[in-house]
Design a protein around this ligand. Structure first.
Ligand SMILES: [Zn+2]
Length: 204
């Protein structure tokens, strides 16, 4: 369902807004929507990605393509909503069931996971002295530690950084960032469509 879901308009609008700029995407989304619109080398998916399997016992550090297997499994769901046992994907090394490579108690934080972080860190390091906008989209109150708090800290510490959060419910700018931040308490889809229209008109 996730792999076949339609790509959301906000991703397309965001791409149009960013495509000629020096940007980088940090996401905790696992639903692969970013990778359909943005180049893979400009995305760090730090909470995993549904396109991969890992061993549920983490017996070795390797990820496997899951897309074909998931489609096969989906096609084989019978009237009782079950799949044949022999189609359940198994680890080629230890035989344990495979698990989607997404944040869970057994989430594999191996080579690919570290790569996602080092890609992001390389971009940040290269650009930290430039004018930087940290644009936060839809981070909730449940997991502020992955995107929101690092964005706040970097905006605070870097002289030329600015922070914008767009969130219909939880748009917050901390007191310390009052001069360097903006909270837009609106629907992200609407803000991005409007921004895209305005920047198109300015180009004309
Ligand atoms: Zn295994």
């Amino acid at each position: 369902m996730i792999l076949d879901a339609e790509t959301g308009q906000p991703y397309k609008d965001l791409f149009e807004i960013l495509k000629d700029k020096n940007y980088y995407i940090l996401t905790t989304n696992q639903d692969t929507q970013f990778t359909r619109v943005f180049p893979e080398e400009k995305i760090s998916a730090i909470q995993g990605d549904w396109r991969y399997f890992q061993c549920s016992r983490r017996c070795h550090d390797e990820l496997y393509d899951s897309v074909e297997t998931l489609h096969k499994l989906n096609d084989s769901i019978d009237a009782d909503l079950r799949v044949p046992s022999e189609l359940i994907p198994r680890c080629p090394k230890c035989g344990a069931e495979m698990e989607p490579w997404v944040r869970s108690w057994v989430f594999l934080e191996g080579r690919k996971y570290r790569e996602e972080h080092s890609k992001l860190n390389a971009f940040l390091k290269k650009n930290m002295h430039k004018k930087v906008l940290f644009l936060e989209l839809g981070v909730g109150r449940m997991t502020p530690m992955f995107i929101q708090e690092p964005f706040w800290n970097m905006t605070y510490a870097w002289p030329n950084a600015f922070y914008i959060t767009i969130n219909p419910r939880d748009a917050i700018v901390p007191e310390e960032l009052k001069q360097k931040g903006l909270a837009i308490r609106e629907d992200i889809a609407k803000v991005l469509t409007d921004t895209r229209k305005i920047s198109n008109e300015e180009m004309k």
